[in-house]
Write a protein that binds this ligand. Sequence first.
Ligand SMILES: C[S@@+](CC[C@H](N)C(=O)[O-])C[C@H]1O[C@@H](n2cnc3c(N)ncnc32)[C@H](O)[C@@H]1O
Length: 436
Amino acid sequence: MGQKDYKQLSIEEFSKAAEVYETDRAGVYKMCKKDYPDVLAELEKEPFEELLDCGCGTAPMLTLLKERFPEKHYTGIDLTPKMIEVARAKNMPGVDLVVGDCENLPFPENSFDAVICCQSFHHYPNVQNFFNSVYRVLRPGGRLILRDMTSDSPALIWVMNNIEVPAANLTGHGDVHVYNRDEVEKLCNRAGLVMESFECRGIFRLHCVARKPADGSAKANYSRISQSYKSSQNIYDSVLTGSKWWSKLYINLFWGGVDDCQIAEKVMGFIPSDFSGKLLDVPCGTAVFTHKKYGELPDAEITCLDYSEDMLNKARSRLGESVKFVQGDVGNMPFRSGEFDIVLSMNGFHAFPDKKASFRETHRVLRRGGKFMGCCYIKGRSKVTDVLVSGVLARKGWFTPPFDTAGTLRRRLEKAFDIEEFQTEGSMVIFSAIKK
Ligand SMILES: C[S@@+](CC[C@H](N)C(=O)[O-])C[C@H]1O[C@@H](n2cnc3c(N)ncnc32)[C@H](O)[C@@H]1O
């Protein structure tokens, strides 16, 4: 079915439903009411002034919101003119109602603190356009609260998408697709939104909160990176350690045979064998190179930070509860200044999107006299590696430009540290430095 057909079906379906939508004769739509208390509870968690309801229908949710928070300003948009006509008849002051398409929201950039969308986005044939549009109209830091149908069971989702939805289309409903967690996360990530929570509540109820990052591109990049690590988590360790024939070939062809295991061993050697202070590992990844050393440091207090929940889960399975795990952004870490004796960063700085913030934060959380150590990719040492990095790894989201050369990295470090070690191996650098 074409995009226009889905939309036409929706308009026809909801033109018929509009007059009875909020009555006992609403049939299947009576179940939409079950979403409203959860949306209210979610909205109550943070202050807002301007709210947009996407696919607002006859505005039952806006009516409730107007009662609860009468001083706020509300906007509702719906594709079906009849729905908006019924909503307008309520004459609610401070509520603007617009006939329009949620795939192309007709509002200026950064206009809303919160966007809600209840039981509507499964009707949108170009659903990515909806997420992109929400990103545009949300102010930085603003939230999208989504309610719809979903299930934790892939089999049930399959039945819904392959039997229920086509059957619904035949009976005149404009349903397009029922989304699972991964699909919603991808839609958010591609739009630049960060999915903060996703639950299947009660019977098939999708409850999701996504946010437009407060500081624009860097955080949005993190979300892209997190997604790319999620999709590569099963090959990640093999690629780094060269443990499979194809990963050995890759390392020989593209990295001049530089062995990450040997590099890791050198870096681990910078940590004293009797270390008993506080160490921060950022980004800890899957702990593939570090778990052995950490096992030999029973008195050390180790904290592992990574942006990707999937990487942290793998690291958790290797390290157990002997270390502390924190999901977070290296550019804005939840630690006190000077809290750590060692900050270790293995293969991190070529991946971090906001290099300035990453250097600032790793420096801040380290105590004076503490050691900053690690390894990362540097450009300008091998043409083949540089082409691979910019042409493939950066596009995949595993690496993020701009990249330092050996010279720029050394100068960057020298500003705030006394360099103890600075060795290059192919396109990798290994360093250890003391905070001045
Ligand atoms: C089940 S109703 C939900 C109404 C309301 N949000 C609620 O929770 O009661 C779905 C609504 O989505 C609207 N809709 C469908 N496709 C749309 C689109 N592309 N843009 C805007 N609204 C759309 C329909 O017209 C309908 O009013």
